[in-house]
Design a protein. Structure first.
Length: 272
């Protein structure tokens, strides 16, 4: 009976409690090339929303409220706004980008809301997903970099198209970036960092892994997607590159999280 009760409690927690309660993870990052005039710049990082009207809608709403209470300088979202079905109508899945974008339009940050596409967005219909985001005031970076200026300082925010779909082009994204200025890269898949580390990029922000979604104590996650098997969660250093992988807000295939709550990452960036 005790074992059955424990299993039932884990099931309830994994299905009804943990997936609905985003956790705030604070990170203070020190970047050698960061402009001194922008010391203390803050980024709220979200990822892998996988919008649906029953489950992920709740952590997305809570995340918008929590982020706005923190007053970040910039909000970055690293893809997978929708879920592409294994079988069935992918255009219908892409349509979920509109209600997802409607929730996200409530986010507030003086330096803007920025995003890249994930593999599910690309599979469902990248043009439709990106269009819904742009209509909600979210800038989508597709192999592109844009300058972000504040207090007399400047860094470049770059973003690549989804790596798994082989549409990413980091060289093109960095084409107009001065070689001596700091770069923050949005890239959905974290293991792309091994390639990114060859280029003058200071910080890569990623998602894709969901942190494993179900994590047992002392063990690696039982399932990790391609290009998220090495750097599947948290802070990493690859040569001169700093990487952070966010555990995501939504779930994939089964609406369960265990020992891996939805995540909002609050980053304070300093020169050092």
């Amino acid at each position: 009976m005790a074992m059955a009760g424990g299993a039932a409690a884990l099931t309830i927690d994994g299905l009804l409690v943990e997936p609905m309660r985003p956790r705030l993870v604070r990170q203070e990052l020190w970047l050698r090339r960061w402009p001194s005039r922008m010391d203390g710049f803050t980024i709220a990082l979200l990822s892998d929303l996988h919008y649906d009207p029953v489950f992920s809608i709740h952590p997305i709403r809570l995340a918008v409220e929590m982020v706005n209470e923190l007053h970040p300088d910039l909000v970055a979202i690293t893809g997978d706004f929708v879920t592409a079905p294994l079988l069935g109508n992918r255009r219908r899945a892409a349509a979920d980008a509109e209600p997802c974008a409607d929730l996200l339009r409530g986010l507030q940050a003086p330096q803007g809301l920025w995003a890249v596409m994930g593999n599910h967005d690309a599979d469902a219909g990248e043009r439709q997903v990106a269009g819904a985001l742009r209509a909600a005031g979210i800038s989508v970076l597709s192999n592109l970099a844009a300058p972000v200026e504040s207090n007399g300082g400047r860094f470049w925010l770059a973003g690549v198209e989804d790596v798994l779909t082989q549409n990413s082009d980091l060289v093109e994204a960095l084409h107009h970036v001065p070689p001596d200025e700091a770069v923050v890269l949005l890239a959905h898949e974290p293991d792309y960092a091994d390639y990114v580390a060859r280029y003058p990029v200071d910080l890569q922000l990623s998602g894709h892994s969901h942190g494993g979604q179900v994590r047992l104590p002392w063990l690696r996650p039982l399932f990790l997607p391609p290009l998220a098997k090495k750097y599947y969660w948290g802070l990493h250093r690859i040569a001169e590159l700093t990487l952070y992988t966010n555990a995501g807000l939504g779930t994939i295939r089964i609406p369960v999280r265990l020992n891996c709550p939805p995540e909002i990452t609050w980053m304070t960036i300093r020169r050092g």
